[in-house]
Design a binder for this molecule. Structure first.
Ligand code: MG
Length: 403
């Protein structure tokens, strides 16, 4: 490591996060293996890797994929800030973990995690790592809260059977944490012809004690097609608010477009596009919520293709960039500043048009207007100014760390 290396010095005890993502299961209707399916704007695997890398206790990252998934994995992980070692898995989960164990020289602890659990709370990672200071293994669990009952088959249907006491039952989650020595020993001793549910059971079979730590509903596994919608709904999200501002000159001989609506007036706004100052301010506010520059970054006025362009496409482009990141627009608010025309008679049409363009209900589109008391360029009728504020929610990359 040299002085310019941006990574902090490694903690003395190395802890590897190993994400098993070698499954071939394809999401219903999808074409990529489940772990590469996009939830909340990013492949599930990327969510899991990002959460692990953001945790200060994790020093190294291994991702285990099938041989024919290496290119997919490299592409999905290409933008991450920290290094990820990609290891080729085996035919079973146990084989895959064993292939990963080969890479654990000089490592004290390993957390083995399933890529089908994309959201990993930092508190669970911390609890598992902490437990390893006194135990060989620790796993997150959730107490079962629903009543459990057996189903009884009769007359070709399933009927209520006996209640199963739930007080000693737990749902087992990942990441499961191990001291590397005992885990290696468990893998070495495990009978080759028997499959294991998970590594916790393997360590236990060898006489090791596996500690429980508190799991989290965020860690629920994505298995069935319906689970994707549930995962989308529980993805951690952050709120972003940004503003936009624009001015265009009023001139005779131009059409007046404001808020996506043509307004009859003796003057119109001039500019390279249709000069819809309200949609421009709104587009800038939306671009601001994802720190994606401004309207000129995406549609340079120097480019002749935007001459006379309908500003609706600028707004839709910004909305699409937000959607591509898994973002949802919550509310937009516009203030139009001019002496004339009067905005009130057109407010309903503008609201409806913007709501339609952004796929919002009209109660999420606010349009206000003001004069500037005949002061300044707006007061003299030389131009119109518009100011916009937009609020969105965006899937959070755990701590908001890079990657
Ligand atoms: Mg403009």
């Amino acid at each position: 490591m040299n002085a310019s290396d941006p990574k902090p010095a490694r903690p003395a005890a190395r802890t590897v996060a190993m994400i098993v993502a070698a499954g071939a299961g394809v999401r219903a209707g999808g074409t990529v293996p489940k772990q590469f399916a996009v939830v909340a704007g990013r492949p599930m695997l990327v969510h899991a890797v990002t959460a692990m890398q953001a945790h200060p206790a994790i020093t190294d990252m291994i991702v285990i994929v099938a041989r024919d998934q290496v290119a997919l994995a490299r592409e999905a992980l290409a933008d991450l800030h920290d290094e990820v070692t990609i290891v080729i898995g085996g035919t079973t989960r146990r084989d895959s973990v064993a292939n990963g164990l080969v890479h654990l020289d000089d490592v004290d602890r390993v957390l083995i995690h399933d890529a089908a659990r994309p959201f990993v709370p930092a508190a669970v990672i911390g609890a598992v790592v902490d437990a390893l200071s006194t135990c060989d293994a620790a796993i997150p669990v959730m107490a079962v809260v629903d009543t459990l009952a057996r189903g009884a088959r009769e007359d070709g249907a399933t009927w209520l059977g006996d209640v199963v006491p739930r007080d000693a039952l737990y749902r087992v989650q990942t990441p499961q944490g191990f001291r590397v020595g005992p885990l290696r020993a468990a893998h070495a001793a495990w009978p080759g012809d028997e499959e294991a549910t998970d590594d916790g059971q393997m360590v236990r079979r060898l006489g090791g004690r596996v500690a429980f730590v508190q799991g989290d509903p965020m860690l629920d596994k994505v298995t069935h097609p319906d689970d994707f919608a549930a995962a989308e709904a529980r993805a951690p999200r952050e709120t972003r608010t940004a503003m936009g501002f624009d001015v265009h000159r009023l001139e005779t001989g131009e059409e007046l477009w404001l808020g996506g609506v043509r307004i009859p007036h003796d003057k119109g706004l001039s500019g390279h596009s249709d000069a819809d100052v309200a949609l421009h301010a709104l587009t800038d506010a939306l671009l601001g919520t994802i720190a994606a520059g401004d309207i000129g970054t995406h549609f340079p006025p120097s480019d002749p293709q935007w001459k006379g362009a309908d500003s609706v496409q600028f707004l839709q482009h910004a909305a699409r960039l937000i959607a591509d990141k898994g973002g949802r627009i919550g509310f937009v608010d516009l203030t139009i500043m001019c002496e004339a025309p009067k905005i009130g008679p057109h407010r309903g049409a503008m609201t409806a048009r913007i709501a339609e363009l952004l796929h919002l209900t009209p109660d999420r589109v606010s349009i206000k207007a003001t004069t500037t008391e005949r002061l300044g360029f707006t007061g003299r009728g030389e131009g119109i100014a518009a100011q916009a504020v937009a609020t969105i929610t965006l899937p959070t990359s755990s701590s908001g760390a890079l990657g």
